[in-house]
Design a protein around this ligand. Structure first.
Ligand code: NI
Ligand code: MN
Length: 231
């Protein structure tokens, strides 16, 4: 049976994946995202919420969305500690760490390296930031999280990734030029850009981004807010 995999862009690094009917939300930051005014968070009902790290622009709407959906939250150990302190029940939190792969009802999720920093909104250490690889049926999808270009990405090159979600905004993460190098490191041609245009330091020339990816023979997708794409 063919897999039904799609993704809806909710701004910044927040995506709602649909993996054969299971909804998996990444890095919820909507209410405070000036570009996401048209997204109504009260309508979100994810089964899982994945956090790449605990910076505000990745967790601001976590507590509200978790409460209304009863979603299970996945995060690295120290960020998971902070999640539990937000009134989210222990049974709804899965902590894991680098190299770990969770076997979940919708597929597998592996935690992989990201080169960035991490603190929680209350100023505590949040552990190391991470990315994820989703294994859904035959499809493999890399969600890089906030990261600089790093040689560790080469560890993913033999996976034959179908899609990669890469930050392209610069300033806090890699920029579009390093993201092109990242796509080469991971041997993946189908890229979805994220972490750009949300606030002034990460505002980019999207035409230039399309151009540099095209020049490199890569397929860059910049989704409109609320747009759904089949993967
Ligand atoms: Ni960050
Ligand atoms: Mn960020």
């Amino acid at each position: 049976m063919a897999d039904h995999i799609s993704v809806r862009y909710l701004g910044h690094a927040c995506f709602e994946f649909d993996f054969n009917g299971t909804k998996v939300l990444t890095d919820p930051f909507i209410t405070y995202n000036p570009l996401a005014k048209d997204i109504n968070i009260s309508k979100l009902n994810p089964d899982y919420i994945l956090l790449s790290h605990a910076h505000q622009d990745h967790v601001a709407d976590l507590a509200n969305i978790q409460k209304q959906s009863n979603a299970t939250v996945l995060a690295i150990v120290e960020t998971a500690d902070w999640v539990r302190k937000q009134g989210i029940p222990d049974k709804n939190v899965i902590e894991f760490n680098f190299g770990g792969t969770l076997n979940l009802p919708f597929g597998r999720v592996k935690m992989v390296y990201a080169l960035h920093t991490n603190s929680t909104p209350d100023g505590a250490y949040g552990g190391v930031p991470c990315g994820f690889v989703f294994f859904i049926g035959e499809k493999k999808i890399y969600f890089a999280g906030d990261t600089a270009l790093t040689l560790e990405m080469k560890l993913l090159e033999d996976l034959n990734l179908d899609w990669a979600f890469l930050p392209i905004g610069g300033h806090y993460t890699m920029d579009m030029y390093d993201a092109v190098k990242a796509a080469k490191f991971i041997h993946c041609d189908n890229i979805i850009g994220m972490h750009y245009d949300t606030f002034s330091p990460v505002t980019i020339d999207t035409n230039e981004a399309r151009h540099v990816f095209e020049e490199a023979g890569l397929n860059l997708n910049l989704l409109a807010l609320g747009e759904t794409k089949a993967l």
